[in-house]
Design a protein around this ligand. Structure first.
Ligand code: FAD
Length: 477
């Protein structure tokens, strides 16, 4: 993670800022530009609340044309631009820099087309993740990537971060479910990538845009894949005597070639926090919990579950509890999906997002406990175990600078540990401001330079979401 000191506003540039605000209002309308500091406050941070900074202005465009006009203007006057969806990023991806214009897509929230014969939907970037499944659920379809923030987060933000979720073990993350995008480049040029047909020729620019954290352009529309709902789905709780047995069980399940829809892990602190909040029916006499969801026909689910139970027994499973009704299944997922919010009730926290090969889960989890103990910090672990995507929630007091520094240092150590065990810095939350300096731990200079050259090709002035992703020293302007 990065120490985050922003420069105070320079009085000499204030009049230039006023001019920019007036011009932006002329461009897309007064009611689409916020500039009063009280209106700007909600945009000074995102889910990474340790860092904040007021933007120059916030633009709330209504169309791709509005976005193109904004970008053309900002390129001409070298004004940095920060694309934003719902601002739920946990890595500070949507936090503005000094004198940046935040372009928030939340007014572009229409589902433009549902095309069931082609199993896809075309949506504006500000549509929330869950609203796509809500719109097509009645017809027996759904949109698979399901971040726990899906009630609030937008498709544009999901594309920015290549977001995942509990059910991505089987269905893949955003990039695996994205067929096309309309993107406004830094100078206002609009490009269309992909569409309803599979696998266009040429370079995979959709793959490049997905996960580019708002640095290659602003996505204004997306065509996403729709999947048919399974015949049935059953989440099952597996309680283990230790975290080590639970994580070892995960790699044995996947290693046996059994791929359920989801395998989520919770350690004891996480079980207690989530159960107190959601009354999900989690067993309280175990040290670790796996939520394993199987789906298909009753026969398919029974067969898969039998294999999983056999493997779990070899790891001393204490409790196996199958959900008996839709209500029980919903309660199990409510507990898991509200884990971050429930943790926020008891303490401030930073959520790490390292990913490791499954065979390293046990070692890295043990290392995580050791690191937090060394710093004298509490930690709760709740994560997408089937993907090896770990989310230690390091608890601290944001008003205690010493403890906040310790939390940051512990987070850095955990991410380095993930990389040292063959993993990477981020599974789904992106690099943002949080992990930009750790990129040097993951990548050799030549790897980073090649990534920065690619960025150069899209945004030669580095105006798009600056000071994110890449280490501050080096080529970043
Ligand atoms: C409680 C909670 C639970 C979460 N659970 C998960 C989870 O399970 N899985 C997961 O992956 N993430 C999770 N997250 C993180 C976060 O919700 C995701 O990163 C999400 O995709 C961000 O969407 P957003 O609309 O809030 O985007 P923002 O936070 O506004 O922006 C995220 C990034 O995308 C860029 N961006 C936004 N819109 C656009 C656009 N239209 N064009 C180009 N770039 C754009 C921004 O510049 C920024 O870099 C969680 C967050 C919270 C607070």
């Amino acid at each position: 993670m990065t120490s985050l000191a922003f420069l105070p506003p320079d009085p000499a540039v204030l009049s230039k800022r006023d001019m920019i605000v007036a011009d932006l209002k002329d461009l897309i309308g007064k009611d689409c530009i916020l500039s009063d500091p009280r209106e700007l406050t909600p945009f000074e941070t995102d889910g990474f609340i340790a860092c904040r900074n007021l933007p120059l202005a916030v633009a709330l465009p209504r169309s791709t044309e509005d976005v193109a006009a904004l970008m053309k203007y900002c390129a001409r006057y070298s004004v940095p631009v920060v694309p934003r969806g719902a601002g739920t990023s946990l890595s500070g991806g949507a936090i503005p820099q000094q004198d940046a214009v935040v372009v928030a897509l939340t007014r572009m929230n229409r589902i433009l087309e549902v095309d069931l014969p082609n199993r896809c939907a075309r949506v504006q970037a500000g549509v929330t993740n869950l609203s796509i499944s809500d719109a097509v659920g009645g017809d027996g379809f759904f949109y698979a990537p399901d971040p726990s923030s899906q009630l609030a987060c937008t498709i544009g933000g999901n594309i920015g971060m290549n977001s995942g979720g509990a059910h991505c073990l089987k269905y893949g993350v955003t990039t695996n479910n994205l067929l096309g995008v309309r993107v406004v480049l830094f100078d206002g040029t609009v490009i269309e990538l992909g569409g309803k047909a599979l696998d266009a020729g040429g370079l995979d620019l959709i793959g490049l845009v997905c996960g580019s954290e708002g640095q290659l352009g602003i996505v204004t529309e997306a065509t996403v894949r729709l999947l048919a709902k399974p015949e049935g789905a059953r989440p099952v709780l597996f309680g283990f005597p230790s975290a080590e047995e639970a994580t070892a069980c995960v790699s044995d399940i996947i290693g046996a070639g059994v791929i359920p829809v989801a395998i989520e892990f919770m350690d004891k602190p996480a079980i207690e926090i989530c159960e107190a909040f959601a009354k999900a029916g989690y067993p309280m006499d175990v040290d670790a919990l796996l939520i394993v969801e199987v789906e298909g026909s009753e026969t398919e689910m029974d067969a898969m579950l039998k294999s999983i139970i056999d493997i779990a027994r070899r790891h001393g499973v204490k409790t196996v509890k199958e959900s008996q009704s839709a209500m029980e299944a919903a309660a199990i997922w409510k507990g898991r999906k509200s884990a971050f919010g429930a943790t926020g009730r008891i303490a401030d926290y930073i959520c790490m997002d390292g990913t490791v090969p499954l065979s390293e889960l046990t070692n890295v989890l043990k290392g995580t406990y050791d690191i937090c103990a060394r710093y004298g910090l509490r930690v709760a672990n709740v994560f997408h175990a089937g993907d090896g995507n770990m989310h230690p929630l390091i608890l601290y007091n944001i008003n205690d600078p010493e403890e906040a520094a310790k939390a940051e240092a512990a987070g850095n150590d955990i991410l380095r540990l993930c990389v040292d065990h063959g993993g990477c810095l981020t599974g789904e939350h992106g690099v943002g401001v949080e992990k930009r300096d750790l990129m040097r731990h993951q990548y050799a200079e030549a790897d980073l330079v090649q990534q920065m050259r690619t960025r150069d090709a899209f945004d030669p002035q580095w105006l798009m979401n600056p000071s994110k992703v890449f280490p501050l020293e080096g080529r970043q302007r």
